[in-house]
Ligand binder design. Sequence first.
Ligand SMILES: Cc1cc2nc3c(=O)[nH]c(=O)nc-3n(C[C@H](O)[C@H](O)[C@H](O)COP(=O)(O)O)c2cc1C
Length: 179
Amino acid sequence: MAKTLIVYETSEGQTASIARFIGEIIREHGHQVEVIDVKHIPFAFGLDKFDSFIFGGSVHVNHLPGELKSFIYLNQSLIRHRPSALFSVSLTEATHGIEARAKIENYFSDFLDELDWKPSLTASFAGAIAYTQYGYFKRSLLKQVSRANGLGTDPNRDYEYTNWRAVHTFADEFGGLLN
Ligand SMILES: Cc1cc2nc3c(=O)[nH]c(=O)nc-3n(C[C@H](O)[C@H](O)[C@H](O)COP(=O)(O)O)c2cc1C
């Protein structure tokens, strides 16, 4: 039985939901899993007790989260010797198309460029639009971006684009690396 640590960074909670779901699936594979928000990792949290790692973050203004990158940077000498994965959560993934693929590749390469770590697996998942949680500025920005990309624009409701089957497949694949 392997012990997996899943570390995520989230703004409105979609990446947290995806991280927890991945955790449940890996537990079904018979492994132990700890899921933690990078913002709540205690000081001197020991990573050496984990056999494998999954990192997940949402894209904001074309970037995966810096705090997650810093955490990986500080721990990469240990992480790079064990099975690991990186997943992104974005609305770009919900728009499909060749242009979207190129953008997603850029999110990953931009994130990984300065790290001396290569994840065993990467995955990109579509996220959500949480209009009911946004303030005025975010709501206006997201409405504009969504209109341009054929996504939901009703500010009185939220929209979820995550393909949970794809998340399940990714978690199964990662679970397979641990057997
Ligand atoms: C202010 C803001 C900026 C965003 N910028 C991008 C972006 O540049 N590219 C993208 O694909 N998605 C973008 N998104 C969409 C988020 O990635 C998406 O809402 C995701 O589900 C957020 O996950 P979280 O709740 O875990 O933070 C943006 C969302 C917000 C609110």
